[in-house]
Design a protein around this ligand. Structure first.
Ligand SMILES: Cc1cc2nc3c(=O)[nH]c(=O)nc-3n(C[C@H](O)[C@H](O)[C@H](O)COP(=O)(O)OP(=O)(O)OC[C@H]3O[C@@H](n4cnc5c(N)ncnc54)[C@H](O)[C@@H]3O)c2cc1C
Length: 679
């Protein structure tokens, strides 16, 4: 397309009712967008900000309020702050980024105090700056950006980005929802601050958060990052949409009959709530909040109590039904990839901030709820505004006048040839993103081609008729540990009448059921199903008497003084194996995969046996477990060089027979028919 054609697409004679030209266009007017606009304007840029709703009341911070990661510059306090979620996030965060965000958030929150934000003060007159009430916060931000000269277009969603002949982003177009008028803003740089995506789940403040910014950025060629960590759910009363979750830390979650649900908790127990909700209602009562706390809680988060008050429920003394509502990337982590400290994206001229940008840099794979999200919105907003202003100023007048074209193709415009039934699209999208159990059993759903996992789930899937083939065994003789709670049972006999947790369908499950059967305890111990992290949390809280723990966790708990009641390696038939399986469809396309896989595996195993210390050091670094725990979990003799060692096949056959006899596997089959023949 020639420059003339590009320009003619959006010439002043084109059909836009409002034409604006500026240095920096900010899309979205929540905390991230307003900090970005303020920062760009303070750096001398001419700035326009467009919001889908009314900047100051739209978005989730305005409706909900935010606890903030506000840590004074004390090195010990900062170190503790960085450490607090590092392991939970799988060590995927970046300390340089965390330090930057802690610094910037501290500076900017102090600025809010100077601007008149009414922080409460303690008896010594010191302000408490770790919490921001949404309406007051956002009203101040609106006032400040207006003061800085930012032009605000309310009720004006952006629908598509504009790019120049080189593909650099150069503005956006959209519509005014109230007047129906179309607008175009040409800009030297654009910042996407459209918040996260909760896709109309009705979670508090999320009605405007449909992921428009992700779509617009992707259409301009931007990359995403951390989207595998985008499935956060908030707890709310089943009859309301208030997803303020902090106070559920003091809740007991129960079944309908009032018995506590083992492992269910707001933190490290939310997927137990999800699992239970799949089959029955879940009740909560805030009975763990002390009398002193109760009145303080009402003052701190009045909106938490509104729906309960309306329903005439006293949450401290009466149980009420709860549910989980999707908050997606609003509290989950993924978003537009940020390439450096300027908050630039992978596309020239395009910046991202707040929930629209990946938060992986400070949260890793874990939610930033309760503190980090607010800090990220403030800091990434500030950095993106400053950098976008500098970039646009370098482009000068040319940046605002260059030839541009719109790149929106899907969803937000009506350029498409196809008629779209909006309701159907919404329904189909929600069916994909709402259900709690979507992320499980990816290989079963055909979303994964090759999996390396425990023999039990692989056998159960095969027995169910899932078309897979077995390529090799990776670890043979894997131990499992039966760990008791502190000051709890020390022997199998003492488990009578108690609850023991395991992950359903895992090799731990097979070990535990086998052990209880051997010990004549099958009918005398209640087995509850929890994910590993939740089982550990339940053990620490004393909710369960013992857990079956896997490699890593077992030796770690042992080193922390938890009693080891039993180990799988004490019984010849109970240790597990880990296996590699591939789908039949994948192997049809890649018939030489098994051979290549086994060649690489053989070379790797030889290598780690020659240099075990280097292997253990590497494993320690990537897993975050201490080296002694890794050594106890992964003895070198458990890694066979051949694809199927005799002991491995014996264990696999024994496990299969056991699973079939227990009706945990649907039907029997011959291992030989499953194994890919070796060439
Ligand atoms: C109930 C609840 C409680 C929370 N509590 C905390 C907490 O205690 N601590 C914490 O750290 N975090 C918390 N969060 C998360 C926190 O509120 C967000 O991380 C933060 O608001 C992100 O700011 P943002 O500016 O990126 O997004 P938002 O505040 O959501 O603002 C996005 C803005 O973009 C606008 N927009 C969307 N699409 C378009 C478009 N196409 N064109 C123009 N504008 C558009 C929206 O109208 C909105 O104004 C909570 C979230 C919820 C839902």
């Amino acid at each position: 397309m020639s420059n003339y054609q590009l320009y003619s697409l959006l010439s002043p004679t084109s059909d836009f009712d409002q034409n604006l030209v500026c240095d920096v266009l900010v899309i979205g007017g929540g905390p991230a967008g307003t900090w970005a606009a303020w920062s760009a304007a303070s750096n001398g840029a001419k700035v326009a900000l467009v919001d889908k709703g009314y900047c100051g009341t739209s978005g989730c911070a305005a409706a909900s309020g935010n606890g903030v990661w506000y840590i004074p510059p004390d090195s010990q306090a900062r170190e503790a702050a960085m450490l607090s979620r590092e392991a939970l996030g799988g060590f995927l965060s970046n300390r340089d980024w965390m330090q930057q965000v802690l610094n910037q958030t501290y500076t900017n929150v102090n600025l809010l105090a100077e601007w008149g934000y009414p922080f409460p003060v303690d008896e010594e007159g010191k302000p408490y700056c770790r919490s921001l009430q949404g309406p007051e916060y956002m009203a101040i931000m609106r006032k400040q950006i207006k003061r800085a000269g930012v032009k605000i277009l309310d009720h004006s969603p952006a629908l598509q980005l504009l790019v120049d002949a080189e593909g650099a982003v150069a503005g956006a177009t959209g519509v005014n929802r109230q007047s129906g008028e179309k607008w175009v803003v040409r800009a030297g740089a654009v910042i996407i601050a459209t918040g996260g995506c909760a896709f109309l789940s009705k979670a508090l403040g999320c009605n405007v958060l449909t992921g428009d910014g992700y779509l617009m950025a992707a259409e301009a060629g931007a990359e995403m990052s951390g989207m595998e960590f985008s499935n956060a759910y908030g707890i709310s009363p089943a009859f309301s949409f208030v997803t303020k979750t902090l106070f559920y830390n003091w809740a007991t979650f129960t079944y309908e009959d009032g018995t506590p649900i083992p492992g269910a908790a707001s933190q490290k127990g939310r997927s137990v709530i999800a699992q239970t909700l799949l089959t029955q209602p879940v009740y909560a009562i805030l009975d763990q909040a002390t009398e002193d706390m109760r009145s303080h809680m009402r003052k701190a988060q009045p909106n938490f109590f509104l729906p309960l008050d309306r329903a005439g429920i006293n949450p401290f003394t009466q149980r009420f039904t709860v549910t989980l509502r999707l908050e997606g990337t609003v509290r989950g982590t993924g978003g537009i990839r940020i390439v450096d400290f300027t908050c630039a994206t992978s596309v020239q001229g395009l910046y991202a901030a707040g929930d629209a940008a990946t938060r992986q840099l400070i949260c890793g794979g874990f939610t930033g709820g309760g503190s980090h999200n607010a800090a990220w919105a403030i800091s990434s907003g500030y950095y993106s505004g400053k950098s976008a202003a500098e970039y646009a100023q370098k482009l000068g007048e040319w940046g605002r006048q260059r030839s541009v074209q719109a790149v929106g193709e899907a969803g937000l415009t009506n350029n498409s040839q196809h008629q779209i039934n909006t309701e159907e699209v919404i329904k189909a999208t929600q069916a994909e993103v709402f259900p709690y159990d979507r992320n499980n059993e990816a290989i079963v759903a055909g979303e994964v081609d090759v999996g390396i996992y425990g023999d039990t789930p692989a056998l159960v899937a095969k027995a169910k008729g899932i078309p897979t083939r077995l390529i090799s065994q990776e670890q043979v003789g894997m131990n499992a540990w039966l760990i008791g709670k502190k000051n709890g049972p020390r022997s199998l006999a003492e488990l009578k009448g108690q609850k023991v947790a395991t992950s359903k369908g895992s090799y731990l499950h097979r070990y535990l059921i086998g052990l209880l059967q051997k010990s004549g305890l099958s009918d005398r111990v209640t087995v509850v199903h929890l994910l590993p992290s939740e089982a550990q949390a339940a053990l620490e809280r004393g909710d369960v008497a013992a857990i079956a723990a896997a490699t890593g966790t077992g030796p770690l708990l042992k080193s922390k003084g938890y009693p080891v009641i039993d180990e799988a390696t004490k019984h010849p038939d109970l240790p597990g194996t880990s296996v590699t399986v591939a789908t039949v469809a994948f192997l049809a396309k890649h018939p030489d995969f098994p051979q290549k896989w086994n060649q690489i595996k053989q070379a790797s195993v030889k290598n780690i046996k020659v240099n075990p210390e280097a292997y253990y050091k590497f494993h320690t670094e990537v897993s975050g477990y201490p080296i002694d725990v890794i050594k106890a979990s992964f003895p070198l003799e458990q890694f066979p060089e051949e694809p199927f060692p005799t002991q491995g096949l014996q264990l696999l056959e024994g496990t299969k027979k056991f699973l079939v006899s227990q009706k945990l596997a649907k039907s029997d089959f011959k291992l030989n028919d499953w194994i890919v023949p070796q060439q």
